[in-house]
Design a protein around this ligand. Structure first.
Ligand code: DGT
Ligand code: CA
Ligand code: CA
Ligand code: ZN
Length: 577
């Protein structure tokens, strides 16, 4: 069942309203859905839970018909009424809904007046003069639409690392268990832990390549076979993801693994290094005059070139080959070294689990501490806590902590950074907390200078332990807001403010490309899952991979410290940390 969230409920109601409008239905009916969407959006409390339990009676603005539909949607993940309605329109029409900044009114005008029902048609129409002449549109709107179409194309066919990982591991396991498979791996951007990827590159060592490519193309998830040969195949899965398989001999496997892991830039640099040593390197083997080094594992290829083995996450030709040559590669942080984590939510704001449930789950993950940072009052859409509720939560946490010996919940807040850089709570209250994560959740469109100063002002606050999801990006959906990252990193170093590595697969923010610079200025990171449920504590695994990609070591990661070390650290004034 698809994950039902407040956002998905709101989105479905809004889409229904839009479809009814496109059909020319009675405006009262349409308005009921739009109002309903707004009520759901702003409801203070667990609206999803209440809908799933059929307990929506008495909520102003949600009538009988809507209650029924929300119940069906929240309890089954589907809504028949909505699916029937969708079926009345060309499926390509829904592409228009994905364009940033194109609202229901405009979509309706385009559909009614110009019969536009796909992004392709829209693009063509933009290139002519039809749209600019439409009432309510203009040259500027056309420009914006073209921009949105470009953004969508840029993101098409790419997937977030976290959204493909469970499936990738399932498929790999299936290949590994095949009796004719000797060794197996997923190479490519997946192995390098890129935050988004185009396709998965499977690799197997086998004596029966043709049998394996057939086995692969017969996977039940395969929707389309793009190409199939005796030693390689390429398929598209039912979720749209492309997967390649290469079946090689056991001798060739280390070379294929190295080659197909990439990156291309890393490979080019490695090959030219090999050439200087009189060796030619390709995806099958080394060739050359004189002694050819013996290779059984991937590491032997690096050793043959007088390099330390380079962790796949680092293979972007950003200095890793030079470092490997000088035996100066970082000892990268590992998931198992994390002792706790900071940024997590509970049902007090927009999370799904209680303090107790989150504490139990954290212990099951082997953590010694879990920081609770529910939203603050300005994030009303996320049911943020006001001062009274936060004080109450601090007390609840004290009571719960009395039950633990080697574990503790930490009292924090994900406090909103307001438009001018001031915080959503007064310092007196922040001083009562163990720590505080400061994040931006509204007014994303400030000019770079203002946005940067807004974050700097927050960092200058003595009580701000760390910045949350510093650029606000949503991968493949929303660009980062305009901010000068050099200045942010410098200020973090000066003010001893930690920068979070938010592990939510949609975010993975701060971007991995900045961490090397940050750590060289002694800026600490905290690997935070931003968990809104016990399941989401697993996001830590993505964070650890991205931290490695950013060259981070154990000592660069705040939450590798033990509980007692953290408690001592948190008691220090910021300037002494
Ligand atoms: P993506 O776009 O997320 O799939 O990224 P990759 O890196 O997985 O790219 P992909 O799947 O096209 O190719 C996998 C690896 O194969 C790539 O990282 C390096 C290697 N490779 C592919 N084409 C070339 C090439 O033309 N030259 C070199 N040197 N390596 C290549
Ligand atoms: Ca790939
Ligand atoms: Ca590929
Ligand atoms: Zn947040």
């Amino acid at each position: 069942m698809a994950d039902v969230t407040r956002e998905s409920l709101v989105h479905t109601l809004e889409e229904i309203a839009l479809l009814l409008e496109l059909k020319g239905e009675n405006p009262f009916k349409t308005r009921a859905y739009r109002n309903g969407a707004e009520v759901v959006q702003n409801f203070e409390g667990d609206i999803v839970g209440r809908a799933a339990a059929d307990e929506l009676k008495g909520i102003k603005g949600i009538g009988n018909a809507l209650q029924q539909k929300l119940y069906e949607l929240a309890s089954t993940g589907k809504l028949e009424y909505f699916e029937d309605l969708r079926a009345e329109f060309p499926p390509t029409l829904f592409e228009l809904f994905e364009l940033q900044g194109l609202g229901p009114k405009k979509i309706k005008a385009l559909y009614d007046k110009l019969g536009i029902s796909s992004v392709n048609e829209l693009k063509k129409a933009c290139q002519g003069s039809e749209i600019a002449n439409l009432s309510g549109f203009g040259a500027k709107t056309v420009e914006k639409i073209l921009g949105a179409i470009e953004t969508r194309a840029k993101f098409a066919d790419r997937f977030r690392l976290g959204e493909v990982t469970p499936l990738a591991e399932t498929l790999l396991e299936r290949l590994r268990e095949h009796p004719k498979v000797n060794r197996s791996a997923i190479a490519g951007s997946y192995r390098r832990a890129k935050e988004t990827l185009h396709d998965l590159d499977f690799l197997v060592a086998t004596k029966e390549p043709a049998e394996l490519t057939k086995f692969f193309t017969d996977f039940p998830e395969v929707q389309e076979v793009i190409a199939q040969g005796d030693t390689k195949a390429s398929v598209r899965l039912d979720n749209g993801l492309q997967c390649d398989l290469r079946a090689v001999s056991n001798d060739h496997f280390p070379f294929a693994l190295q080659y197909f892991t990439g990156s291309k830039e890393h490979n080019v640099a490695l090959r030219s290094l090999a050439l200087k040593k009189g060796l030619s390197l390709n995806e099958y083997d080394f060739t050359g005059e004189g002694d050819i080094p013996k290779v059984e594992e991937e590491v032997d290829i690096y050793r043959a070139l007088k390099l330390d083995w380079i962790a796949p996450e680092l293979r972007e030709n950003r200095g890793e080959i030079e470092a490997a040559c000088a035996a100066d590669l970082p000892d990268l942080v590992k998931l198992t070294q994390l002792r706790g984590t900071f940024h997590n939510h509970t049902i007090a704001s927009d999370g799904k689990n209680t303090l107790e449930e989150m504490a139990t789950a954290a212990q099951e993950h082997g953590l010694q501490y879990l920081g609770i940072a529910d939203h603050s009052k300005s994030s009303f859409q996320a049911n943020g806590l006001n001062e009274t509720r936060l004080v109450q939560q601090i007390e609840e946490i004290k009571i719960i902590n009395a039950h633990f010996e080697d574990f503790a919940l930490l009292s924090g807040s994900e406090v909103d950074i307001l438009k001018d850089g001031s915080l959503d709570f007064h310092n007196d209250l922040l001083a009562e907390l163990d720590y505080c994560v400061a994040s931006i959740h509204n007014v994303f469109n400030l000019p770079e200078k203002e946005m940067t100063n807004r974050l700097i002002r927050a960092m200058e606050n003595e009580h701000v332990t760390m910045l949350g999801h510093v650029t606000g990006r949503l991968l493949l959906k929303r660009d980062p807001y305009a901010v000068n990252m050099e200045k942010i990193i410098d200020c973090a170093a000066e003010t001893k403010t930690v920068i979070e590595l938010n592990c939510n697969p949609w975010r993975l923010d701060m971007d991995w490309r900045w961490w090397h610079r940050a750590r060289d200025k002694n800026v600490l990171t905290s690997i935070n899952p931003d968990a809104h449920s016990i399941e989401q504590l697993q996001f830590l695994a993505y964070g650890a991979r991205l931290a490695r990609k950013g060259w981070l070591r154990r000592k660069d990661v705040l939450n590798c410290h033990s509980l007692s070390e953290i408690q001592a650290w948190l008691r220090l004034p910021k300037s002494k940390r």
